[in-house]
Design a protein around this ligand. Structure first.
Ligand code: G3P
Ligand code: CA
Length: 258
């Protein structure tokens, strides 16, 4: 059974990482009974809160040149993160969410019986050297989500970061993200406790044998960002165990094909 992760929420339908994108993903999971991971990227705001944003500046998503790290959550909340997409939800649904809010949405959905989990990706070294791993550990411990069976998965491209997360949160599953070149990873030892890699779809198109090789090594292989049905079929046939996608229903539909 493969895992599906809603990349930045249901971001093919709603502006990425807004309340609307996550609400839509949760509602889809609720209506279908499918298990769904919600994916987000986190970085610090000026007032040291973790907020869900991908880019290092706000140009693409909110039309401003500023960096998230230079604005407070209150200032970020006043921005419109949805005006740039064609089909835009109501203004109050177009605001960014903080990680605390997204953890709350996840907890509420689970309490309502919806089978959702949360994949949190640490992004961009903090210019003020704030420690994102320490903060995550504190937030997850406060929720009791640091034990085995936690509904959270921690993902990152940062090798040092994944090791720090392993020391702070040894029972929370971790995914090391790979990009650019798979060559060194065929035989490289993975950081202690890492049992999953997340791989750029284009690298798996180039190097499909990598999937079977890693599965033999006892490592799950998740692919990102998989939106086209042909790519889903290709990866499914390779045995990929996780699909990160902007459109979860389409991936689910292809995976259900006989
Ligand atoms: O799930 C991994 C994927 O999100 C990594 O790429 O740039 O979308 O964060 P990016
Ligand atoms: Ca991401």
């Amino acid at each position: 059974m493969s895992a599906i992760f809603a990349h930045r929420g249901w971001s093919a339908r709603h502006p990425e990482m807004t309340r609307a994108a996550y609400r839509a993903a949760i509602e889809w999971a609720a209506s279908t009974g499918e298990e769904l991971g919600l994916e987000c990227d986190v970085q610090f705001s000026a007032d040291d809160q973790l907020v869900c944003l991908h880019d290092q500046n706000l140009q693409r998503t909110a039309g401003l040149p500023d960096r998230p790290v230079d604005l407070t959550v209150a200032q970020l909340k006043r921005l419109d993160f949805g005006s740039w997409v064609r089909v835009s939800p109501e203004p109050e649904e177009r605001e960014l969410v903080t990680l605390a809010e997204l953890l709350g949405m996840t907890a509420q959905a689970r309490a309502d019986g919806v089978d959702v989990t949360l994949a949190i990706e640490t992004k961009h070294p903090n210019p003020r050297a704030l420690d994102v791993e320490d903060r995550l550990a504190a937030m997850l411990r406060a929720l009791g989500w640091h034990h085995a069976g936690s509904p959270v998965r921690l993902i990152t491209f940062d090798l040092d970061g994944v090791e720090r997360l392993g020391r702070l949160l040894p029972h929370v599953p971790r995914t090391l993200l790979l990009r650019r070149d798979l060559t060194p990873w065929w035989d490289a030892e993975l950081p202690a406790g890492v049992r999953a890699v997340g791989v750029d779809l284009t690298l798996l198109r180039r190097d499909p044998g990598f999937v079977e090789h890693m599965l033999h090594r006892g490592c799950e292989v998740h692919a990102y960002t998989v939106n086209h049905p042909d790519d889903v079929r290709f990866l499914r046939d390779l045995g990929v165990t996780g699909f990160t996608t902007d459109c979860p229903p389409e991936v689910c539909e292809v995976l259900a094909e006989q």
